[in-house]
Design a protein around this ligand. Structure first.
Ligand code: HEC
Length: 213
């Protein structure tokens, strides 16, 4: 069958296009469902040591809620792509298993600010406090907005109010929280501010693979 025939027959063209897209999708996507690196929660570092992906604890999960609520993802991605320019700046590229317990994931594609996938441990907690209250105090040319009200809001009144129910809900999609995790969630939040829980979340980002840096 000649190409001309297909191009001149809309019905045939649609069918052939669909088949090509379907086949491409199958070849690209199907293997991921069976590949160890995407289906298991464990990763291996370069020395062959097992690294376990751990779910966020209650405090970090509450911090993640602040991150999502404030729309930090509008300026910050959390996915380091496997290009030299990225790995030199941010560290090892992101791998699928790292996002295993992210519901929803925060990969993003907009980078007004830097990628945050491995920001954990890069700065001190004090740096983050100063930066969140007024970014210009630590990075003069920054155009990141100030989030100065987070230090005055108690997490237990907002993102932490039903944190135990959130943990319980996440177990339904496969996050392995135990009964103790769920029962202790509210106590873990205690009197922490929204700023405290957000920083706890940021400081945990990418720490799993930090020895790859
Ligand atoms: C309007 C865009 C914008 C928004 C919204 C934004 N940021 Fe930023 N962020 C930036 C820019 C630009 C920088 C780089 C300059 C700086 O460090 O302040 C940055 C830097 C950072 C850094 C330091 C990263 C590094 O590797 O140096 C952290 C951490 C951070 N932002 C966290 C947050 C959090 C948390 C939120 C939400 C509460 C947020 N950002 C919202 C633009 C933004």
């Amino acid at each position: 069958m000649s190409q001309e025939k297909i191009e001149k027959n809309v019905g045939l063209l649609i069918v052939c296009t669909l088949l090509a897209v379907l086949w491409g999708g199958l070849v690209e996507i199907l293997p991921l469902f069976f590949q160890e690196s995407t289906t298991t929660a464990t990763l291996k570092d370069e020395a062959g040591n097992q690294l376990d992906v751990k779910p966020y604890d209650a405090v970090a999960l509450a911090g993640r809620e602040v991150f999502i609520r404030e729309g930090c993802y509008n300026c910050h991605s959390q996915m380091i792509r496997p290009f030299r320019a990225e790995t030199e700046r941010y560290g090892h590229y992101s791998v699928a298993a790292e996002s295993r317990y992210d519901h929803p994931f925060q990969w993003g594609s907009k980078r007004t600010g830097p990628d945050l996938a491995r920001v954990g441990g890069r700065y001190s907690t004090e740096w983050h406090r100063t930066h969140l209250r007024n970014p210009r105090d630590v990075v003069v040319e920054s155009n990141m907005p100030a989030y100065s009200w987070l230090k005055d809001a108690r997490a237990k009144d907002t993102v932490g109010r039903n944190i135990d129910a959130k943990l319980a809900a996440l177990t339904l999609v496969g996050v392995p929280y135990t009964k103790e995790d769920i029962d202790g969630a509210k106590a873990a939040i205690g009197d922490l501010t929204e700023e405290d829980v957000l920083i706890e979340y940021l400081q945990g980002l990418g720490t799993l693979l930090s020895n790859f840096r």
